[in-house]
Design a protein around this ligand. Structure first.
Ligand SMILES: Cc1cc2nc3c(=O)[nH]c(=O)nc-3n(C[C@H](O)[C@H](O)[C@H](O)COP(=O)(O)OP(=O)(O)OC[C@H]3O[C@@H](n4cnc5c(N)ncnc54)[C@H](O)[C@@H]3O)c2cc1C
Length: 568
């Protein structure tokens, strides 16, 4: 069995060490390069500076809100009938059918704030009745046919990092649910170096693929913040975007083809390098979130590993000036590979966190240049040294013309060091009475400022009161010729009596507001359970009907992840 990093039942796990190990493996930092700035320095596990800052910003009184011990989490007995279990054993082998408590709890839901709140409170009602570990397309196809015949719901399970309730495992007909964990399908199956194509199993994780590609001097270059845990199949099923996606492309762009096993048969989709044989059915599988079947193989575009990379910081006086400069870069095809423009709130917090973006020295630089905190921009270029130099030089002129001041590569190095760290901090915030969640959208350049204002206003309106005031931090995370995405991090004092209701109210207000202002329902997290009430607003009732029709052809019994994506 593949050697998996440990995911705790409650959250991301306590270890800051892993961030250091992964960043070092990636070649971004040396193991002793200070990543352990993350290590807690206050008794409550939070960095002291963060604790002080948040108390001031939020009107929050730190208090211990630990998760219930794992042994106290409530888990209903498995509903899988013995004869059905026996059929699975006959199909997959005894060691591939798990229905013990640890396996079921380990596959309960994903990693959204609501998922974590439920499990921390001892509720594992979203746990599957069993976990199955198939090994290959044929086994998955046979399994789907069997589940269709027996009326068993299938939830494909990659890394379990869904943040939109994609693994909720709900079924209106209350049928037994199995999680189909793809960890045994985590191999490199073929590498076609001249065509720059790699064929992989869906359960493979990014770090393992990068290790396999390194000897050939190749990389996939898809680096979402969940890179340590999420799988390649999960990226395709949710249309993920990574930190360098402005340059490398979203995961959609990296998929040249895939195999989709459905209860009605196996589809081979996508034909590199390009084809005009009718509509591109590959697009149906990308973002299908397990509702059409299981992605059992992916053919991915890879590229030469960058021989040079350069990350640096800039400062704008205002958010509007920063957006205008990014728009200008986009128009001239000069957007860097990494583009992250923080709004004033995110910049202020970054500049005041120990271990943030080089904090004190940076504030000194800004003071010396008679500027306030302003808005931080982190940009990065990756590729051949001459190309990196040329693109950087051209983009720097546009940034300077837009009024930006260069802060230097220390900011960039600090961002690289901390790029996978936030999830670890999130668990500590949850332990101390805080609401912490993220949401994201995208809009055209012309609609973006309105979407930004509307969603922040909605979140503030919903989360302010009883002495509480939320902190809403936003950054542009990916740029396109036509617009950009916004990524929002929300922190607030948790309502200990009604924590789930508190977030549901805020989320509803934010989603209504961003859609009304012209934003998309989701830029890269997907739909899951959380966004499905709004899907018809995004794609129209006819669009929803079309997806339902495709689904009923491929999955007539409706066994494939029925609780997600499509509204009731
Ligand atoms: C801390 C944190 C940071 C994150 N950062 C990012 C980020 O930077 N960018 C980003 O895009 N996302 C991010 N995410 C969200 C998440 O990592 C992505 O949605 C990711 O693509 C999910 O991959 P996974 O393997 O964990 O899938 P899972 O969570 O296991 O599954 C997600 C959905 O896809 C389905 N699915 C999974 N595998 C398959 C398959 N083989 N066939 C069919 N369906 C399948 C599941 O049924 C489910 O509906 C983050 C999440 C967390 C918790």
């Amino acid at each position: 069995m593949a050697d998996l990093p440990e995911l705790t039942v409650q959250g991301w796990g306590p270890s800051g060490d892993r961030v250091a190990t992964v960043a070092a493996r990636e070649g971004a930092v040396s193991p002793d390069d200070g990543v352990l700035e993350l290590a807690p320095d206050a008794g409550d596990g939070l960095p002291r500076a963060a604790r002080k800052l948040l108390a001031r910003e939020l009107g929050w009184t730190p208090r211990p809100t630990p998760p219930v011990p794992v042994r106290e989490i409530r888990l209903a007995p498995s509903r899988l009938p013995a004869d059905v279990r026996a059929r699975f054993v006959a199909l997959l082998g005894e060691d591939a059918v798990l229905d013990d408590r640890a396996a079921r709890l380990g596959h309960a839901g994903g990693k959204s704030y609501l998922d974590l709140l439920r499990r921390r409170g001892g509720d594992a009602s979203d746990a599957p009745d069993a976990v199955l570990l198939p090994d290959g397309t044929e086994q998955v196809a046979a399994l789907l046919r069997t589940c269709g015949d027996l009326g068993v719901v299938v939830v494909p399970f990659g890394g379990g990092t869904s943040v939109v309730g994609g693994l909720a495992g709900t079924d209106a007909d209350d049928r037994p649910v199995v999680a189909v964990d793809l960890r045994r399908m985590a191999d490199v199956r073929a590498l076609d170096v001249p065509s720059a194509l790699v064929t992989v199993g869906p359960g493979m994780r990014g770090p393992a693929l990068e290790e396999a590609l390194a000897p050939e001097g190749l990389t996939l270059g898809h680096l979402p913040q969940s890179w340590e845990f999420a799988t390649l199949g999960g990226y395709a099923a949710t249309r993920s975007a990574g930190q360098s996606s402005t340059g490398v492309g979203r995961f959609d762009d990296l998929v040249a083809g895939l195999t989709l096993a459905t209860p009605s048969g196996v589809l081979e989709l996508g034909r590199p390098p390009a084809s005009a044989a009718g509509p591109d059915l590959l697009g149906l599988a990308l973002g299908s979130e397990g509702t059409l079947g299981v992605i059992t193989e992916l053919r991915l575009r890879v590229r030469p590993r960058p021989r040079s990379s350069h990350y640096e910081g800039w400062s704008f006086r205002s958010w509007a000036a920063g957006l205008a400069a990014l728009q200008r870069l986009a128009r001239h095809d000069l957007l860097p590979d990494v583009v992250r423009l923080s709004d004033p709130d995110e910049t202020r917090v970054s500049l005041r966190q120990s271990g943030g973006l080089g904090a004190r020295a940076l504030r000194g630089t800004l003071r010396a240049r008679r500027r306030g905190d302003g808005c931080l921009l982190v940009v990065g270029w990756e590729g051949l040294p001459t190309i990196v130099r040329a693109r950087r030089s051209a983009a720097s002129s546009v940034l300077r013309d837009g009024g930006a001041v260069r802060l230097g590569s220390r900011v960039g190095r600090s961002w690289v060091r901390h790029r996978f760290a936030a999830p670890y901090l999130r668990d500590r915030l949850l332990d101390n009475g805080l609401l912490v969640e993220t949401l994201e959208t995208a809009a055209t350049w012309s609609a973006l400022p309105g979407v930004y204002d509307a969603v922040r206003r909605a979140l503030r309106g919903a989360l302010t009161g009883s002495g509480r005031r939320p902190l809403v931090m936003t950054h542009v995370s990916h740029g396109y010729p036509t617009g950009a995405s916004l990524y929002l991090t929300v922190l607030a004092d948790r309502d200990d009596d009604l924590p789930i209701q508190q977030w549901l109210t805020a989320k509803r207000a934010a989603t209504d507001a961003l859609l009304a202002a012209g934003g998309t329902l989701t830029h890269h997290h997907g739909v899951g359970v959380d966004h499905r009430p709004w899907l018809a607003q995004e794609i129209g009732p006819l669009g929803v009907d079309l997806l339902r029709t495709v689904r009923s052809r491929l999955d007539p019994q409706g066994i494939c992840n029925p609780g997600v994506l499509l509204p009731d």
